[in-house]
Design a protein around this ligand. Sequence first.
Ligand SMILES: [Zn+2]
Length: 386
Amino acid sequence: MNATDLLWLLLPLAAASGWLAARFEQKRHARQSFDLPSAYFKGLNFLLNEQPDKAIEVFMRVLEVNSDTVETHLALGNLFRRRGEVERAIRIHQNLIARPTLDKEQRSHALLELGQDYLKAGLFDRAENLFLELAEIRAHGEQALKLLLHIYQQEKEWEKAISITRKLARASGKNLDEMIAHFYCELADHDYARKNYSAAREHLKRAFAADDKCVRASMLLGDIAAQEGKYREAIGEWCRIEEQDIHYLGEVADRIAAGFKQLNDEQGLYDYFQASLRRHGGVSLALAFADVISNRDGVPAAEKFIVDWLRRTPNVHGLHKLLELNLVKASDSGRNDLLLLKGIIEDLRSQHLGYACGQCGFKGKALHWLCPGCNRWNTIKPVREE
Ligand SMILES: [Zn+2]
C-alpha cells in the first residue's frame, strides 16, 4: 500500500469523523442554547420588556426542538388575540400548524385557535373554511360548530345557520329548536319586508314545526293576515300567543283591538278582552280593556273598572291610567294638580316599562328577540308584565 492509496482510504474517514464531530458540537450547542427554561426566560423577558416580536422569535425556535411546548404556544397566541394583536397570534398559530411533529389533537386545537384569530381579524371566509374542516373532527367539532353558528348569525346567513344548529344539537345533545324557529322567523321577516307573503308563510310553517310555542311566528303570521285584509284570521293568530307565552300577549293587544274594529265587531272585542283578562290578568290586557270600555260605555265605566282592578292589584300603570281618565273630565283648577301628579307617576312608571333580559339583565326600549347583551335568543320579555 503506497502513500497515495492510504490517503484515498483515510480521506472519507477524516471527512466522516470531522462531520460527526461538527454534528456533535452542533447538537451540544443546540441543547445548550435551546435549553427549555433559559430560552423561555429569555422569551418571557422580551415579552415583559414590551418586545413581543423578539419573544415570538425565541418561543418559535424553542418549538423546533421541543414539541411539548405546544400548550404554551397556544396560550401565548390566545393572549395576543385577546389583547387585540391578531397578526401576532396568527403568526404563532400558523408556525405551530407548520410543525410536522404535532399530533392530530394538537393540530386541530391550533387550527381552532387560528380560525378564531381570523374571526377577530374579520377574515370570515378563512375562518369559515377552517371551522368547516374542524366540524368533521370529533375532538373540536362542537366548538367549531358553535363558531360557525356565530359567523352565520353575524352574516345573517340564516339557511346555513339552521343547518349548523341542527348539527350542533346532535353533537351537543341539547335542544336548540327555539333557536331554529327564530332563524326561520328571520327568513320570514325578510320575505315580509319584501311583501312576499307566501314565502313568509312557508318559512313560518317551518318555524312552528321546530317550535310550536314560537310567539314571534304567531305575531308575524297575524301581521301577514292583516296585511292581506284577513282580520278574523289575523286575530286568531295573535290570540294563539295566549297559550304560547302569556307575557307577550300585551304586545299584540292593540293589534287585536284594531282587528276587531276593522271587522266592526265591537261586541267581539269586548268579549275577548273580558274573557282573556279573567283567564290570565296582566297589565297590558287590563289597560287595553279600559280603553275598550271607555269607547263603548264611556269614561266613568272605564274609571270604575280601573279602580276595581287597582284594589285587587295595586300598580303604577293602573294609577297612571286612572289619572289619564280623570284628566278628560277635570275642571281647569283641578287639571293642574292632576298634571303634576301624572308627571310624578310617569317618572315612577318609567322604571317599569320597556324590556329586560332574564339571563343578563340587559334593558331596552324595544323588543329584541336576540339579546344584544348576552347574544341569546328568546330571553327578553316585557318588564310591564313582571
Ligand atoms: Zn341577555
